[in-house]
Design a binder for this molecule. Structure first.
Ligand code: ADP
Ligand code: MG
Length: 208
């Protein structure tokens, strides 16, 4: 991972959430308040604009800027959670380039931030149910010596499997938890956006 790739990744997330805005909002209309697509699109548009004006000298500085912008531009729960994740990732990456193992460490810090802020666990039907398996897959590949692209492809597949696995879960955190048993039978919107974020990472790294 390097500064250019991090920038391209964040831009690719922006394009993906724009393309899938209606889908994310539909998922959130089933078990939430129908704003997840709008929140993600607004947040990553703001990030893309904010990054146009800066020339960070480390991968971490770029990701911290992205996170801070998400926190200040998104009102829903997902803004502080993703913003906190990007900031925590960034704080571990204080050089212009990171190996895939260093990036795995950053992804782990991001997940820890989501868990600290939102107090959700695996199985609660949140973004964590896509993020945790994605991190595990990424780390396994990176520890085995894989580069960013191979690790990110495995992570994207695991995130998508994790997102699908949220469908039969009953939500125990966030707005969807207010629905109780009626949250069963729908995929979690935040797990779906996490899958987009990891797919964007894989596509960006493969295209390099
Ligand atoms: P809001 O719920 O405020 O409308 P969004 O619709 O943008 O915010 O985001 C909803 C998503 O946020 C959920 O689908 C879920 O994945 C995630 N989420 C909500 N609360 C938590 C939490 N406590 N921990 C982890 N993720 C959460
Ligand atoms: Mg919502």
């Amino acid at each position: 991972m390097d500064i250019d790739l991090a920038r391209t990744w964040v831009q690719a997330i922006g394009a993906a959430v724009e393309q899938h805005e209606d889908h994310l909002t539909q998922l959130d209309s089933a078990i939430g308040d129908a704003d997840h697509g709008v929140n993600m699109h607004r947040g990553f548009s703001a990030v893309t604009t904010a990054l146009d004006d800066v020339a960070p000298d480390t991968v971490g500085a770029l990701l911290v800027k992205a996170g801070t912008t998400l926190i200040s531009s998104v009102g829903g729960a997902s803004g502080p959670l993703y913003g906190g994740a990007f900031r925590a990732m960034g704080r571990t990456l204080d050089s212009p380039e990171a190996t895939s193992r260093e990036f795995a460490h950053a992804l782990a810090a991001g997940l820890a931030a989501v868990q600290k802020l939102g107090a959700a666990s695996p199985g609660d039907k949140t973004m964590i149910d896509a993020y945790a398996p994605a991190l595990a897959a990424f780390r396994q590949r990176a520890d085995a010596g894989a580069g960013l692209a191979a690790a990110a492809l495995a992570a994207a597949d695991a995130a998508e499997d994790g997102m699908r696995a949220t469908t039969p879960m009953q939500a125990r955190k966030g707005r969807a938890s207010y629905l109780g048993a009626r949250s069963v039978g729908h995929p979690d919107p935040g797990a779906a956006s996490t899958a987009l974020i990891f797919r964007a990472l894989a596509e960006t790294a493969v295209a390099r």
